[in-house]
Every structure is written in C-alpha cells, then in structure tokens.
Write a protein that binds this ligand. Structure first.
Ligand code: ATR
Length: 463
C-alpha cells in the first residue's frame, strides 16, 4: 500500500493511540495537529481527556510537538494551557503556520526536537496536509477521524476531494480486518511477563492484518469495570489469563459449548455491542502435541496430572479429539469433580499398582504447578513411577524450559514437550477467531511458519 495519500494507520481518535503502539512502531517523537485532531475548531484549550493522553505519552518517554497550519497564536494559546506538570512553558515545541504538507515545518520540528524523521510520526485529521506532508517527508503517518463535522467552507471543499481517497484506502484494508487498527489485548494479574503481545504482534506482522495487541494489568476487584472500559473503547478482542478466566464468564453475553464445560474462557470477541467467550487452551494443547510429536489422539489413553483450570482445558482437548482421560491429583476430591465432567477414572498414586498402571497411558499431561520455578526440584507425583519408551510426556510448564518431569521422561525414553507450544497454538487459535470475525482470509501454513521463525529470531524458544 504505497499510495502517497494513504496514512500508515488509521485510528478513530487519539485515545486509541497508546504509547505502546507508538513504541512498537519505533516512534519516540510525535507531531500533533490541533484542529479537529485533538479538539474541535471552536475549542481553544486542551480538555482533561487530551491532557491525560499527553501525560501518558510523556510518562512513556515519548516527546510531543505541535505542528499546526493554524495561526501561531492559536497554536501557542493551546500549548500554554497544558499544565506545567506535563510540559514546562518552554518545553513543548509549538509550530504554528506550519505550511503542511510542505517540508519546512516538519524539518523545523525535527531540528528543534533533535529527532530523526524515521522515529517521528504525525497525527492529524487531514489527508492533504497532515498525511501527505508526513508521507512526503518520510514521517510515519497516523490519520484520526475528524472530531467535528462543523468545518469551514474551505476545509469542507478539501473533504470532498478526500472522499475518493478515503474510499480507496478503506477498500485496500477491507480484507485486512478493516481500516482502523483493531485493538486486541490480554488481561491478567500479574501480567508483566506475558509473551502474548510479542506472539500476536508477530501474527499481525506476518499476515499484514490490521490489529495491535497489548497487555493490561487488571486487578480482580476492578475486573467488571475494566471489562466495560474495553468494550466502550471499541476493542475487537481480549485474551484472559490468571486469575480472571473463570470470573470473567459472568460478564459475557454468551460462551461456547467447550468453555462452558471447562468453566473458563481465555478468548473474548467483541461484536456489535455483544461479548462472546471461547477457550482456545484446549486447541493449544492438542495442536502443540500433534505438531511437536505427530501424536494422533484418536482412541488414545491419556493421564492428566492435576485437576485445576488448566487440567480442564487439556481434558476438553483430549475428549474433543477422540481420546479418553483419567485424572490423578494430589487432592482426590478435585480429581473426582473433573472425572464427573469429562468421564474417565480417578487414579490414586497411593494404590500399590500405580507404577504399572502409569505405563498403560499413551500420553501423560502435567497441568500442576509442581516443577515450575521456583519449585524446580519437585515432581507432580510423589511415589515411584517410570515412563516407558514411546510414551509422550507433555508439561504445561515452560519456565524452566525442561522440568524435572520432562528430564525424567526423556531419560526413560519418552517424548517430552513443554508448554511453549501450547502457548503458541492457543494464541494462534485466538488470533484466528478474531481475524475470521473481522472478515480476514484464513491464515496460511507459510504465515505460521514465518511467525515461528520470527519469534525464534527474537529469542522466544518455542520447541
Ligand atoms: P491452574 O488453573 O493452573 O490449573 P489451579 O486451578 O490452582 O491452577 O490448579 C493447580 C493444580 O496443581 C491442582 O490440581 C493442584 O493440586 P490440588 O488440587 O491438590 O491443590 C496441583 N498442584 C499444585 N502444586 C502441586 C504440587 N506441589 N504437587 C502436586 N500437585 C500440585
């Protein structure tokens, strides 16, 4: 899409443009149009919402400058009314009569900011000034929908000329999820170490689909309020992780068969004001095992270690793929609950013949946290047992990369795989759901391979 009139990206308004998005694009300096971008023409000073947005940018280390074609007075009255805690009076660079799309204003801004065009973006509402100017000068261009339709005759006449360009821009992105950047994210508590943003933004990169994915720390007590805020902000989808997977269900309009059975969702779709829940953990598990070992689930016997939320997802994946599951858990009563939902037997490792029984299974799936950092030196089973050659051992843990259980499995001739593959494939499945909803074409094998390659290059070891 190399049309000189087309923006690099389009958002509905400035509030959808997050510091994380800018940083992801390598932008350290933002040039801002004022009129109909930040405030309507009739408003002379920034309101609280604009100020909060500017504060968030500054907090993330992003420098702002105003680049307006309006008079110098209009521009400086605007910036002088930004509170001093964001910018000292002489700190924000304010350029009025910028002469966009010509290069003069852009060059002056770059000089005063001490920045390179390649690390700058222009955010504006007009194609023939902001966007064209940015494109001519090699600055990343962000088009926001004009705030107010009440414009001067001069601007209105320019809007008529913009119309065919906008239509053509929209058409070019129709199959890519739409012309505005589709907002996606993951909520959890804590969320700091989540690799989901890297994963999904790589999916966006290899497919070219028009989405951006971020992580959000949401405390349990603010779950409902945050969820409403994501809805109001126009998010297209969310992933949900610990500890919200079960609790979020009561806020959804509907959930699919498997997530109801599992009692947890990890993927949400927002569509036409409604919310839909899915559980892609089950496909993540099944597809990872198939991909990494070639295992065929049909009619196989599987032993699940653990009986919590992760165990339910794994059990659902096994059943849906035609296998049977037995459960083995430290607390027997919880294993019984799981067996009631998914069938199969409860296996007690205190039973004398446990080590014999253990060898009957085709696949052992550990879903407990035994062996996870910082408990690396424990096994999920506390009685003697041994793997047999040809068995598959899956461990949902990926930190450490090889748990004590996986090391033991490998040593005893079983095929051993960790939880990174499950993480990758549950994410891929969620991305497929969102992009299908948005009318994007199916993701190809080549695109998946490219994503794997890119992630590995970026130091994420998948398998
Ligand atoms: P998740 O959602 O990740 O499955 P969970 O619902 O808290 O988390 O479940 C944790 C599972 O790991 C449980 O089956 C738990 O066993 P209990 O039901 O007996 O609590 C299991 N687990 C945790 N620590 C364990 C350990 N040290 N040894 C064996 N099982 C353990």
């Amino acid at each position: 899409m190399s049309n000189i009139f087309f923006p690099n990206v389009h958002f509905n308004n400035i509030y959808e443009i997050s510091p994380e998005f800018l940083k992801y694009k390598g932008i350290t300096h933002v040039l801002l149009d004022i009129d109909n971008t930040l405030v309507p023409y009739s408003v002379k000073i920034p309101d609280k919402k604009v100020i909060d947005w500017l504060r968030a940018l500054k907090g993330a280390g992003i420098t702002t400058a105003v680049l307006s074609n309006a008079t110098e007075e209009r521009a400086s009255v605007f910036t002088e009314n930004i509170p001093e805690d964001i910018f000292k009076k002489d700190e924000i660079i304010t350029i009025g009569k910028a002469g966009k799309p010509l290069g003069k204003g852009f060059k002056r801004a770059a000089r005063l900011l001490g920045a390179d065009f390649k690390n700058m973006c222009i955010i504006g509402d007009q194609f023939f000034t902001d966007i064209l100017g940015g494109n001519i000068n090699g600055v990343f261009t962000i088009w926001v929908t004009p705030i107010d339709k009440n414009e001067s005759l001069f601007i209105k006449s320019k809007r008529v000329l913009e119309r065919p360009i906008i239509s053509s821009y929209r058409r070019s992105l129709k199959k890519m999820g739409g012309d505005t950047v589709g907002l996606l994210g993951v909520i959890g508590y804590p969320i700091e170490h989540s690799v989901s943003p890297q994963l999904h933004n790589v999916f966006c990169q290899v497919t070219g689909f028009n989405f951006f994915y971020e992580k959000f720390c949401v405390a349990p007590e603010s779950l409902e309020q945050s969820f409403e805020a994501f809805k109001a902000k126009g998010f297209k989808g969310l992933n949900v992780t610990v500890p919200h997977k079960e609790n979020i269900m009561k806020f959804l309009d509907s959930a699919d068969h498997w997530s109801k059975k599992i009692g947890a969702v990890n993927t949400i779709v927002f569509k036409n004001g409604k919310t839909y829940g899915y559980n892609t953990d089950m496909y993540g598990f099944v597809n990872a095992v198939k991909h990494e070992t070639g295992f065929d689930f049909k009619d196989k016997k599987i032993l699940i270690l653990g009986a919590g939320g992760a165990a339910r997802g794994v059990a659902a994946g096994c059943i849906e793929s035609g296998a049977t599951v037995d459960v083995c858990n430290r607390t027997i009563s919880k294993a019984r609950e799981l067996a009631e939902i998914f069938g199969g037997q409860v296996i007690d490792w205190e039973d004398g013949d446990f080590s014999e029984k253990f060898k009957e299974y085709d696949l052992i799936a550990n879903t407990t946290s035994a062996g996870m950092r910082p408990q690396e030196d424990i096994l999920p089973i506390t009685v003697p047992f041994e793997f047999r050659k040809g068995q598959v051992c899956f461990d949902a843990i990926y930190d450490p990369e090889r748990t004590l259980l996986l090391k033991k499995a490998e040593k005893e001739g079983a095929l051993a795989i960790n939880g990174m593959g499950m993480l990758f494939f549950q994410g891929l499945e969620a991305f497929k759901i969102w992009t299908k909803e948005a009318g994007c074409p199916e993701i190809t094998e080549e695109q998946v391979d490219s994503a794997v390659k890119l992630l590995k290059e970026r130091g994420i070891k998948l398998w």
